[in-house]
Design a protein. Sequence first.
Length: 247
Amino acid sequence: MSEGDESSENDVDDAVTSAQANKAACQSANSAIQVSQARLKVAEAAVQRTFVFAPFDGIVAEVNVELNEFVTPSPPGIQTLPAIDLLDVSCLYISAPIDEVDAPRIKLGMSACVSLDAFPEKRCSGVVTRIAPYVLEKEKQARTVEVEVKLSDKQEIAQLLPGYSADIEVILNSHEQALRVPTEAVLENHQLMILNTDGILEERNFKPGLSNWDFTEVLSGVSAGEHVVLSIGRDGVKAGNKADVEP
């Protein structure tokens, strides 16, 4: 073998060794890249866990945590405040207790009116959407059933805010063109105080029909146009006394 042949073989060995080394370095670099990518995914997952995503569009009412504070789920049996109170004002409902005696007559889909302390007018586009399947018993209060009503008229919903105090009136029945008197004027045993044509107060029995907190239907016993006394608790207002109509 000549000196030139030995040189060529050495060059080949060097080239093979160098290629193997480069291949190993490349494989090591690829492994390092995969490790780095895995670490990046772990870091991204950790970052994602720091975000709070709302389950629906709404308005933030209150934030109950501080910056850099850790939030954990509520332990079993112990209720803690949510990190953020989020309100969905596009879906408002009114929840109110109904006396257990009246609850059996209420059905889903019945019409209802809603009265709010903040507004003078009633909102009567309500529909009963839920009747609780249990009776609430609170100390020093009557047993009640929780009923929920939703308003369907967009104009009636527009001005409402979550948290308003409200009363609901479920319409069990209705009569058109009914003769009615204020419920506050009704005495015991279905009587009314009437100012007769002679200016004398008299107690009159009447037959009531439908009734609510505001009005009671008169089926008989009183005619349209007669003067019904509202100030029944005032001194001197009793049968047989003379009275005048206040302007």
